[in-house]
Design a protein around this ligand. Structure first.
Ligand code: NAD
Length: 262
């Protein structure tokens, strides 16, 4: 399988380059990152072997020139939607880790994946433990509908709340029968109760030293239940990314959530 990485010089992209280069049966043949075009993956991402000689390109055309089968997208909220649509429009299967695809771009991508030869897998979190946390949270919310989500990330993260927190809130909202009414606090301190997504309060913490962490706290009569997942290192996302790369061609159109491949 011929693989390309978009956002190859970023924190996640360079980790993906190293993981793909080391994986059996996957050939890293193209890398795109306009901020670092012209330098090699060896220099930028510490990729060894032949793939380390690959020169990072400025634009997506290199993916078609290299006959890429699957592209992995880890750029950011301002570019991910357009990149996803471009990949599908060019018949390239897309594994998308960057969060923040707009509803409009998602509609276009869904239609391209339904009508064209390429599929897409979008996952707000590729860590298997986080996927399980989302599932356990939805199960628990059926019995304990009072739930708040606290997500904690490194201080360079651009978007807030995290895509994982938003997805967790949506799964909780789908699973529980009722949405508890809780006071929102006073007008002098907006935000004290976090943001509300699909009726679920979500709180975002940004601190150096953190990577990606999430707690789901459920409250009941005289009790609480806390579910927590911690990614201490970006390597935690790589088994999920490789699973998605290997499985995306077998999916039907555009799918959201790694759980579809577990
Ligand atoms: P980063 O800023 O370190 O890297 C992003 C890279 O994308 C940069 O090198 C930038 O130059 C490049 N880029 C920007 N626009 C581009 C474009 N149009 N084409 C190609 N490359 C472009 O960010 P990061 O920490 O690696 O995170 C990237 C994204 O992944 C964020 O949206 C983050 O929230 C998300 N993320 C997802 C998961 C997951 O499991 N799904 C895990 C961690 C982070």
């Amino acid at each position: 399988m011929r693989i390309g990485v978009v956002g190859a010089a970023g924190r996640m992209g360079s980790e993906v380059c190293r993981a793909v280069a080391a994986a059996d049966g996957l050939d890293l043949v193209a890398a795109v990152d306009p901020a670092r075009g012209g330098r090699t993956l060896g220099e930028l991402a510490g990729v060894g072997g032949g793939a380390g000689e690959l020169v990072v390109a400025d634009d997506l055309e290199v993916l078609t020139e290299a006959a890429v089968d699957v592209a992995v997208e880890f750029t950011g909220p301002t570019s991910v939607g357009a990149n996803l649509c471009w990949l599908l429009d060019h018949g390239i299967h897309a594994v998308v880790g960057a969060t923040g695809v707009s509803a409009q771009d998602l509609d276009v991508a869904r239609a391209l994946a339904a009508d064209g030869p390429a599929n897409a897998l979008l996952a707000p979190n590729f860590a298997l433990g986080a996927v399980l946390l989302m599932r356990f949270a939805a199960d628990a919310a059926r019995h304990l509908p009072h739930v708040e989500v606290v997500e904690l990330h490194h201080d360079r993260k651009v978007d807030a709340p995290s895509g994982t927190a938003l997805r967790t809130a949506e799964l909780i909202a789908d699973a529980r029968d009722s949405t508890p009414e809780v006071p929102l606090g006073d007008d002098d301190h907006p935000g004290a109760r976090g943001t509300v997504h699909h009726g679920v309060h979500v709180h975002s913490v940004r601190l150096p030293g953190l990577v990606a962490h999430q707690e789901v706290i459920l409250g009941g009569e005289g009790q609480t239940l806390t579910l927590r997942h911690d990614s201490y290192d970006r390597s935690s996302f790589m088994p999920g990314v490789l699973l998605a790369v290997r499985g995306v061609a077998e999916l039907d159109g555009l799918v959201i959530g790694l759980e579809h491949l577990l």
